[in-house]
Design a protein around this ligand. Sequence first.
Ligand code: UDP
Length: 463
Amino acid sequence: MRLPVCLALLHCGNAFRGTGNPPRTRAAVVRYLTRPQDFIAARPARAPARPVLTAREAAAATAEGTAQAPKNNNGKKKVLFLMSDTGGGHRASAKALVNALDRLYPGRVEAEVVDIWTEHGAWPYKNFVPWYALMAKRTFLWRMLWYYGRFWPTRKLQELATRFTCGNQFGKCIRAAKPDMVVSVHPLCQDIPLRQLAKIDGGSRTTPFVTVVTDLGSAHNTWFDRRSDYTFVPSDSLEQMAARCGMPASKVIKRGLPLREGFWDLTDSKIKGEMRTKLGLVDVPTALVVGGGDGVGGIAKVAIALGNSLGASKVPSGLVVVCGKNEAVKKELTEREWPAGVTPTILGFVDNMDEWMAAADCIVTKAGPGTIAEAATRGLPCLLSSHLPGQEFGNVKFVVEGGFGAFVKQPAKIGATLASWFGDLKLMERLSAKALEAARPSATLDIARDIGGLLFEGTAPQA
Ligand code: UDP
């Protein structure tokens, strides 16, 4: 225990010595400990220990690894996707990429998606999924964990502890999969897998490894690891964050967030009527309420307040609430009496979110990155009702500065805002046009093409 603490203190000390900056204030110390990436960017560039490869050189180097015969005897190239089911977004992104690879390279790719922390992590780390579900409901706990992970000494201690307790098991998992390439779609699937791959490859990694960031406007800095061959980011703000974390620009590729096939093209309002008929909805202004895969973000309170406001407005309207895996909320809302004029549709976890979004006029949601990116492709104005501290905060900026929505916390005000949006057709059209502008429907196929290029030809993704 003492050694990591000493190392942490030594690192902090070094970081504050000899940078030629004026004396450090306490605020600067706190800032360094919580946002070390700002200081990495501010430091004068040191000569790199190893030459930094250009994108083409990196691809050529990677090609050596991929040019070999596939490691699997069925002749297909094996791609191992690493993630953890913390929320619905990571698996959804992985599945989307698998689908896109299959579409672009039919019969040539064998994909495996592994929740490596749950299936191969040691106690207590194998419990990330239930912890996340709990913390997403109690955001003060999430805030503590976020800063615990951002604060350099605790982050390093955590890294050491997880390497020590989970490293070998992760190594076994990767070795057994015999991947021709590894794709991480989770912020905690860089450090240990990269180390283990290097071990498996005989000390220096030759198996290509890419990271696909599935956050949108802000993200945890563990996403950004210089050892990854390429890191795909969805937005300008995360491209800038990657640079602040010391990632070479040639390794950061901006494409958008991987989304499921139903979101690979834009929809316009013409199909709204058709979708409503298909889904059995009444053809009236309709709000969709979603709380991520786990049905969090206080969706019951939000839905009830929306129902009351829409009822009070006397304009016939529809309210679709997708409760995800939250059975308790589904039961509560199903058994409830709704005001006259409001037609409620209460659902559990749905697999056809693209259709429900296409049928709605606007979405009310926590600031989940997947949900926002999907809603943008449907041209849905977004009314954000909450965000997780840290990683979802930037998503609020993404929506508000993108001009396709608003952030309103109090349920009563959410209801009033939505009622006012429904009463102003021009505003709804403007918000919808801005949402379509922010959408990146081609992102999934673009990233899959880049992965395929690396895997089959060793060509570098073009920025
Ligand atoms: N989702 C879904 N069905 C549901 C609820 C959610 O397919 O019933 C999907 C949603 O479309 C999105 C993902 O789950 O793709 C949620 O991801 P997001 O990043 O918004 O939030 P998270 O759950 O990861 O916190």
